[in-house]
Design a protein around this ligand. Structure first.
Ligand SMILES: [Zn+2]
Length: 419
């Protein structure tokens, strides 16, 4: 058993994939609160916990990671305000997980598909429509919404024990999906052992995670937060899966969350491998991902983006003009806490009227989250686009709703869109 895959809470002193202790520090984003721990008004009178947020890389297996584990109960609390079904583009993107999997691995109808971190059941409902039996595993109260909409969902964290229970109650699975959670879970060993037991031989474990190369090239320092313990390269994933007898058989680059990879790992060694896997390794090598320069450049660009944004916002404030935030994804917390913007500079963040985050406050900086109607009414001179990784469709949408403000896109380089 590989003991270093089951992380204790607190400081990590080794690579989360290969165990190497010789890690290279890339950038320190300071102590920050967990990004999705939005605050209720009454919590503004209480102390707030912050944790180190440092980004580092292992040059042996090319995994990037943060070096501190916050208790999952604190990160993914029962009222976790994120719901995947909420934006139509995201629903479509998540449905493609099912299509992409079944195109490659056409399991018979009635085969069991399990989704780890199944949220409101969006991914599973796409599998269900194609005749699969489905079971969700979701730790937060969003599990109830999934059950109400007909996707059987266990409210729990997935681990080896739960895997044993599911085999007993539902039998083995042909597909296990983990979209946008596989980089989040501290009990990586427990998950891998559980998945390995639950899957039939030749069964496929499909994961979707942020892609390290995209993060570096488009300066997405704001996607670094405590929920994201690992930032995978293809090389590091092959190393990880090999340790559990899986073959990384195919990979797709997808644009979810500003650049992700969908990885198909088949249970069993020496399975057929798509040429894409070799090509992606070559591409990583060519891009310099296995060297140090690309990481140094990322750190420099991150610091520059912070300085430029702060300078621009201070300038706007000095001129007596108004600026507010638009969109409050988890990454907004890293960006605003690192940049140092608070309500005196950014009086509120506007979210769409259906958002579960309205009435709450950004952790650390205590910026209120309000209905976007207020922004549309006030028409401030500037709007800071915090969901900048989806900027184009969001800006189109806001213009359609009548927003006339100039829009500041904070990354990869700060720039202003006049109209
Ligand atoms: Zn490593």
């Amino acid at each position: 058993m590989i003991t270093y895959h089951d992380l204790p809470l607190g400081k990590i002193d080794h690579c989360q994939v290969c165990g190497n202790k010789n890690l290279h520090s890339v950038i320190d984003l300071g102590h920050q609160p967990p990004c999705d721990s939005l605050l209720w008004p009454r919590q503004l009178d209480e102390a707030e916990r912050v944790y180190p947020l440092r980004f580092q890389v292992c040059h042996d297996c090319s995994l990037a990671q943060i070096d501190y584990v916050v208790a999952p109960e604190e990160l993914f609390f029962p009222d976790y305000p994120y719901r995947s079904g909420i934006t139509q583009t995201l629903v479509e993107k998540l449905s493609r997980t099912a299509l992409a999997t079944l195109e490659r691995y056409p399991f018979a109808g009635g085969s069991l598909v399990i989704d780890i971190g199944s949220n409101d059941g969006t991914v599973l409902s796409a599998f269900q429509k194609r005749g699969m039996r489905v079971l969700g595993v979701e730790a937060t109260n969003i599990a109830r919404l999934a059950n109400e909409s007909g996707i059987e969902t266990l409210q729990a964290f997935f681990n080896e024990d739960l895997g044993d229970q599911i085999i007993a109650s539902h039998g083995p699975a042909s597909v296990i999906a983990a979209t946008n959670v596989f980089a989040h879970i501290s009990g990586l060993g427990s998950i891998m052992r559980g998945v390995s037991k639950l899957l039939v031989d030749g069964g496929v474990f499909v994961t979707e995670s942020h892609y390290l190369l995209d993060l570096l090239e488009t300066v997405q320092y704001d996607s670094i937060y405590h929920e994201h313990l690992r930032y995978y390269s293809v090389k590091s994933l092959i190393r990880l899966f090999d340790q559990y007898g899986f073959t990384v058989a195919d990979i797709e680059r997808i644009d979810n969350y500003g650049g992700s990879i969908r990885v198909f790992a088949v249970k069993g060694r020496n399975q057929a491998v798509s040429p894409v896997v070799r090509e992606m390794l070559e591409n990583e090598n060519k891009a310099g991902l296995y060297g140090t320069e690309i990481f140094d450049r990322f750190a420099d660009r991150t610091r520059k983006a912070r300085r430029d944004l702060l300078a621009l916002v201070l300038d706007i404030a000095r001129r007596g003009e108004r600026i507010v935030g638009a969109g409050c994804p988890g990454r907004a917390s890293t960006l605003l806490n690192y940049t140092g913007l608070d309500p005196s500079l950014l009086p509120y963040i506007a979210e769409q009227s259906t958002s579960l985050k309205l009435g709450l406050f950004l952790p650390g900086k205590h910026i209120p989250i309000v209905d976007e109607k207020r922004m549309l009414e006030e028409q401030p001179e500037y709007v800071l686009m915090l969901s900048w990784h989806y900027a184009a469709p969001i800006i189109r949408n806001l213009r359609l709703k009548g927003l006339k403000s100039k829009i500041i896109v904070p990354l990869p380089e700060v720039h202003v869109i006049e109209n």
